[in-house]
Design a protein around this ligand. Structure first.
Ligand SMILES: Cc1cc2nc3c(=O)[nH]c(=O)nc-3n(C[C@H](O)[C@H](O)[C@H](O)COP(=O)(O)OP(=O)(O)OC[C@H]3O[C@@H](n4cnc5c(N)ncnc54)[C@H](O)[C@@H]3O)c2cc1C
Length: 541
């Protein structure tokens, strides 16, 4: 939406295509906040350093610098658009401490930041006259003569396929968290954009880096914001110990997410868990703080775990949360195909490297959304319309007809669940060649069965089963890309931990992974990391 606003501001005819209503996008679930160095006592350089360190030195430092330098302007602009950030006692925008940050620089609206920002964005989209195709599911990117010519999308209300022709296309399709069984992500976070990009011949970058959030409510995918630890919450094991003192003696619960998730998993696997979880204790913060600053997570804990954090600790465990990898794009969102751009979680610019700091992805979406919107407008102004071949629509239609025609076969829901189980078991927090190799075999086998799966619903209107089928195709591609990339990276860095290669190895692996689809296979390549001012050092919290 930020990209669309920018394009409309540049005077272009702009359309937003979205498979769900814009305000239901996963961004709505963001709780904790958005980072920026706003105070005189903080600096963009300090924010950049924390981000580079958080990324385990795999983030591209030129992109990180741009994000941290431009971020404060974007925050003030959001406020000007109507986002009423929570205030400190002097009436300034309040900022809370967050994991991996050396300074409290996370701006927030209580624990509903994404909700507020998304609604403000949507108002701006309407104000700027952006045309919205709500509940249109993009099934193909159309590229002709090496340039983008538009997309093909299914109108969910009728099941009809349409061609949408345009000079520039910006992909902002979000993450792929749903390839895992325990995930904080919305049902719609199925990595469609990654599948579309792979099919168009584009490489994905750093797919092995999947963020597991340390505090996901027991037996649900519901997030308990990092803000809870930012406000002073403790993590306890079954012996009542604040175990983070062992793993990150200086900052304890506020180490970066990969460090905390690994610590929790170790406690659980070594028998110091509580029913497969650890405990998030907020009681000492007091009822007032919990009610004013963490009211949403209090409600969620009460409704979904029957625990009131004012009275008792909340059972939590790690869950898949964020995709550091994605469609390789430069700082203006440009991909390898002229006219095709990517921004937000589906893109890999890369500002998060091997591990993202909480509060940096809303910022990324806003900063690089704006930049991509501007560059895509410039491109559209200079480029002509690329022809849109009729065959593209015919191919897309016959693909769907082919799926609908199959009479007998496995059901898509069961396959989707099986895939998520395989990813959880074989490509989770702790990985090894053996685990990953078996996972890859199983995903390839599920892929074959997917090609023969059949639907029970053959209707045209809101055929949710057909959508699940289309989404599963992208999810299987994303899963395979994650597994192949993870198998190749024989070191441990950020969120990617190999029990058979437990050390970071800069001599061989200080490089980005590129993975591309060649027919049915995936090929691997590498790209240098941009280092400007921060030389790699050991990461300790
Ligand atoms: C529970 C939770 C809490 C979080 N909290 C924070 C936080 O506090 N701070 C922070 O910085 N980050 C947070 N994050 C991460 C952050 O919210 C996301 O990375 C970011 O909001 C993603 O924005 P996006 O615009 O890239 O994608 P999304 O908001 O996921 O939007 C994707 C859009 O793409 C559309 N789309 C996808 N596929 C198709 C298709 N095939 N056809 C048409 N449309 C399609 C969808 O309809 C949707 O509108 C959180 C994430 C989660 C899951």
């Amino acid at each position: 939406m930020r990209a669309a606003i920018e394009a409309a501001r540049c005077g272009l005819d702009t359309a937003l295509v979205t498979k769900i209503y814009p305000v239901r996008s996963h961004s709505v679930a963001a709780q904790g906040g958005i980072n920026s160095a706003l105070k005189d006592t903080d600096s963009w350089e300090a924010h950049a350093f924390d981000t580079v360190k958080g990324s385990d030195w795999l983030g591209d430092q030129d992109a990180i610098e741009a994000m941290c330098k431009e971020g404060p302007g974007d925050i003030l602009e959001l406020e000007g658009m109507g986002a009423i950030f929570s205030r400190d006692i002097k009436g300034h925008i309040a900022q809370r401490p967050f994991g991996g940050a050396g300074y409290p620089r996370t701006c927030y609206l209580a624990d509903r930041t994404g909700h507020a920002l998304l609604h403000v964005m949507y108002e701006q989209v309407l104000k700027h006259g952006v045309f919205i195709y709500d509940e249109w599911h993009v099934t193909r990117l159309v590229v002709e003569g090496g340039k983008v010519s538009g997309v093909i999308a299914m109108e969910l209300d009728t099941g009809k396929l349409h061609r949408l022709r345009s000079k520039s296309v910006i992909m902002a399709t979000g993450g792929y968290g749903r390839v895992y069984r325990t995930t904080t992500n919305a049902l719609s976070s199925t990595g469609d954009g990654l599948g579309l990009a792979l099919d168009a011949g584009l490489p994905l970058m750093d797919m092995e880096f999947v963020q597991f959030h340390p505090t996901v409510l027991k037996r649900t995918g519901i997030l308990m914001t990092e803000g809870a630890r930012g406000e002073g919450g403790f993590l306890l094991n079954s012996l009542g110990e604040r175990f983070m003192e062992k793993y990150a003696p200086k900052v304890k619960e506020l180490a970066s997410r990969d460090v905390v998730s690994r610590a929790e998993q170790t406690e659980i696997e070594e028998g110091r868990g509580v029913d497969g979880c650890v405990l998030l204790d907020l009681r000492h913060l007091g009822a007032d703080t919990i009610k004013s600053k963490l009211s949403q997570i209090r409600e969620l804990a009460m409704d979904f775990a029957g625990v009131d954090p004012i009275e008792a600790p909340v059972p939590v465990k790690p869950g898949a949360h964020y995709s550091m990898g994605g469609i390789q794009a430069d700082m203006d969102g440009q991909t390898g195909i002229p006219g095709l751009f990517a921004a937000g979680e589906c893109a890999c610019v890369s500002v998060h490297g091997a591990n993202r700091l909480g509060g940096n992805s809303l910022l990324e979406a806003v900063v690089f959304g704006r930049r991509a919107g501007k560059k895509a407008s410039e491109y559209a102004e200079s480029a002509g319309l690329t022809p849109f071949p009729d065959s593209a629509l015919c191919d897309a239609a016959s693909e769907v007809a082919g799926i609908l025609k199959r009479e007998k076969g496995e059901r898509v829901y069961a396959l989707r669940d099986e895939m998520a189980g395989v990813m959880e078991e074989h490509c989770g927090i702790f990985r090894s060649r053996e685990r990953l190799g078996k996972g890859l075999e199983r995903i390839r086998e599920i892929k074959e069965r997917y090609g023969k799966a059949a639907l029970a619903d053959r209707g045209d209107r809101f055929n949710a089963e057909l959508l699940h089928m289309l989404e599963l195709g992208s999810m299987l591609d994303a899963s395979e890309a994650i597994l192949v990339s993870a198998l190749h990276r024989e070191e441990s860095r950020g969120s990617h931990f190999r029990t058979d290669f437990p050390k970071r190895n800069d001599a061989e692996w200080l490089k980005h992974t590129l993975v591309a689809k060649r027919g049915n296979d995936f090929s691997i390549g590498y790209k240098d990391v941009k280092i400007t001012r921060f030389k790699p050092e050991e990461r300790k919290y």
